[in-house]
Design a binder for this molecule. Structure first.
Ligand code: NAI
Ligand code: SOE
Length: 391
């Protein structure tokens, strides 16, 4: 089994999730496509990077991401920084011939994402954008039902991503509320996950008609060096700084294949935690998924006998996508960590087999075009059409 050396850039929340996946992927997927070696961790200061090494099991640390781009021993660059650094690092890594996994969103808009996608194409490397919810076995099962024609032709996709960690107006001014770093708010941060699911399950999005809203215009400035989200609590007495991104997005969707749909996303929905849902209606049935109940897929088929037709719940387990590698009993529980383990498996499989991964940087660019179209539509109060992905 081949060793593949990984450098991760950014030592925060996603470093925890990705490191867990590098360490445990071969424990689940055995024989693994390759063994991930946690070689180098990069963070902004030597102290933070050394702390990350001790915590996440890497061998070396540095505070300069260019060091790992220049290091011939590194095979995979994993970009887990805030969004403003994704494009610059990804282009440098592609030009150095590294394979790349980049956290979502790929960039702060299509103009920034396009050269990233082009650099990756020129380099002929494997790339992946970490839209990890499509790795949930129940979501992969929905895809299987659709591909087998079990719900017929798709008529409607209704997606939501609702959280409440930013509902408190006195929660800190994280980088997630600053356009210069994040690019956009709930749109880039969470609505893009739904866009990825919509494209994965239904197909290309051809037009949008949208609304964007900012509910909290300023937030308390935090101190202390490490960025904290709303869960960190309230800072009512601190000096405040402006929020220049959206808090909520609603859009109608037109799919290239003829289906229609809608998407809603906000981080200000009291009582919703990781309410990433979709309901898909086809000519022969329907599928319903809610990440807060991620072991379950609800299915309804029109050709069931009339006296027992209705939604039934399939609990994912060994008989479902990725099931033979996960736990041996249904409904033991898929966690967030498992989606990242599966993501790592798919990345390493693509690298060792020399095949494209999905979603790749072309998909990441297309998702940025859709996000830009949503912003343009909201600004102009009209439908905006989206050109298809040119591979
Ligand atoms: P975070 O704020 O927890 O961590 C970011 C880390 O990057 C920090 O350790 C910070 O010090 C480091 N960093 C900043 N500038 C750097 C530089 N120049 N060089 C090296 N390190 C630097 O952020 P989090 O939540 O981990 O988000 C990172 C990315 O992951 C974002 O793009 C976000 O959208 C994405 N994300 C994806 C999720 C998913 O489900 N796929 C979940 C959460 C975040
Ligand atoms: C915050 O909204 C966040 O961490 C997002 O950045 C992730 O992409 C999402 O999966 C979980 O919530």
């Amino acid at each position: 089994m081949r060793d593949i050396n990984v450098a991760i850039i950014g030592g925060g929340f996603m470093a925890k999730a990705h490191s867990l996946a590098y360490a445990s992927m071969p424990m689940f997927f055995w024989p693994a496509p390759a063994r991930p070696i946690r070689r180098t961790l990069v963070d902004v200061t030597e102290e933070l990077a050394a702390d990350g090494v001790a915590r996440f099991g890497f061998e070396k640390h540095t505070s300069d991401w260019r060091t790992v781009i220049e290091d011939p021993e590194i095979d995979v660059v994993d970009i887990a920084t805030p969004n403003n650094l994704h494009a610059e690092i990804a282009i440098a890594a592609a030009e150095a011939g590294k394979h790349i996994i980049c956290e979502k969103p790929l960039a702060r808009g299509a103009e920034e994402a396009r050269p990233v996608s082009e650099a990756a194409r020129r380099a002929g490397i494997v790339t992946m954008v970490a839209f990890s919810y499509r790795r949930t076995p129940a979501v992969a099962l929905a895809k299987k039902y659709i591909e087998e024609g079990a719900i017929g032709d798709i008529l409607n996709f209704r997606g939501t991503y609702l959280q409440d960690w930013s509902a408190d107006p006195d929660s800190p001014l994280s980088w997630c509320f600053q356009k210069a770093i994040a690019g956009s708010g709930s749109l880039g941060d969470i609505a893009t996950h739904v866009v990825d699911l919509a494209r994965y399950l239904v197909g290309e999005i051809a037009g949008v008609n949208s609304l964007l809203k900012t509910w909290v215009p300023d937030r308390p400035i935090q101190t202390g060096g490490v960025d904290k989200l709303g869960a960190a609590g309230s800072l009512a007495d601190a000096e405040r700084g402006p929020v220049d991104v959206d808090d909520e997005v609603i859009t109608l969707l037109k799919f290239a294949g003829g289906a229609i749909g809608s998407l809603e996303a906000t981080r200000n929905a009291h009582g919703r935690n990781n309410f990433l849902t979709f309901e898909i209606h086809g000519t022969r049935g329907s599928l319903v998924f809610n990440y807060e109940r991620r072991d379950e897929l609800q299915v309804c088929f029109s050709d069931d006998p009339a006296d027992r037709r209705g939604f039934r719940t399939v609990y994912t387990g060994p008989n479902h996508p990725y099931g033979d590698a996960l736990w041996p009993i249904p409904a033991l529980g898929i966690g967030y960590g498992a989606t990242k383990i599966i993501e790592t498996y798919e990345l390493f499989k693509a690298i060792t087999e020399g095949i494209p991964a999905s979603p790749d940087f072309g998909d990441g660019y297309q998702i940025e075009k859709i996000a830009d179209a949503i912003q343009e539509s909201a600004a102009k109060s009209q439908w905006v059409e989206i050109t298809p992905l040119d591979r």
